[in-house]
Write a protein that binds this ligand. Sequence first.
Ligand code: MV4
Length: 451
Amino acid sequence: MIKKVLIANRGEIALRIIRTCHEMGLRTVAVYSTADRDALHVRFADEAVCIGPPPSRESYLRPDRIIAAVEVTGADAVHPGYGFLAENADFSAICEDHGVVFIGPKAGTISLMGNKSTAKETMRKAGVPVVPGSDGAVPDVRTGKKIADDIGYPVMVKASAGGGGRGMRIVREAGDFTRQFSAASAESEAAFGSGELYIEKYVDGPRHVEIQVFGDGKGHVVHFGERECSIQRRHQKLLEESPSPVVDADLRARMGAAAVLGAEAVQYAGAGTVEFLLDASGDFYFMEMNTRIQVEHPATEEVTGADLIELQIRIAMGEGIPEKEVPMTGHAIECRINAEDPFNDFRPSPGVVTAFHTPGGQGVRVDTHAYAGYAIPPYYDSMIAKLIVYARTRPLAIRKMMRALDEFVIEGVHTTIPFHRRLMEDPSFQAGEFTTAFLDTFDLTPAEAEA
Ligand code: MV4
């Protein structure tokens, strides 16, 4: 039985989790660094415990301090949110050792999926389509070269310990392989403590489409449809939507079935996301599995009507999952509002928010921890709000997003609002014609059209 949940996170996601807990009649405990003394998650939780100084390494990333907060408050479950310790297998195991429920998958699942090459091998063996490449990690550069020559160039070398675009390189020709492989391995060793790499065929101009899944931990998994996540910059997503403008009912059924197959193979427990690359010919390939609730989960909530945080908590309580997949209706778009200057290479723009007015009206949702007078600390990520709209169709959702962005007032810091406003006007975006390379050439300040 879960009665009191400690939220091992901050910002909008901590607030988001507190809200569902209170709706479920659960007590909540916030943890905070000294930089977050005046944060809303601290005010809205039933109790709050300070866990250290501003740097995450000394606060939100410290399992020992979070467990201490669990012990002094008597919390019986920990929700890790996203980022920080959410995909830390050791933390999941430490919680279990202390008799506190980790709201997420088992430590073994987190580490299996955390190693991107074992994750891919696991999925391939389960029958999930994967990009042709090495069977698991490559033992040395000479073996790697033979495999790459066999696959044919261009290939990608990826760090087993990487993920989310970290520790990967394109090798365009055989003559570059040895140099690139060695450099990638050394880089990965320095960054992650492991230089292990795997190789796959390079997929040109793909889209990033991911399937939301929930598992009961006993081999039963359901999917909640897809999210289109191709609008990203340097592997940071800026906008997500559900459904994807290019996924029809047939493709959804096939991608959903593949995601379910993979998650069932590992007896997945809780919320997970199976990421696919979708190529121009409509073929899709497993990329990675994220073992956490994601930033963009509200897009799925809007089109399914489900509360995904509630589902996570119910699974952790042993209540099981919905019998079958939940139908999707309408269209949802989420814009990430970051304290960054889109006209200056998206440079972080921390500081005091002097004015803050959120948009409203039917089909408009704002998940945020910001308020007028809030000082955005420089220590954490720059996302200060998610603006989510829901409408019957994609064109109506785009119109609603334009209107909501126009109503959103944030003063004192730069934000990504003007970027999103321009994106909504873009003909290719409106047509749903874009790949992960879209923002590489997106011009925020186009010259006025010639007369
Ligand atoms: C790829 C790829 C092309 N071919 N793998 C980047 C993040 C990680 N999840 C996988 N990534 C990619 N893997 C092969 N074989 C292109 C990307 C990629 C990408 C993927 C999803 C979203 C944005 C991206 C941006 C650049 C490259």
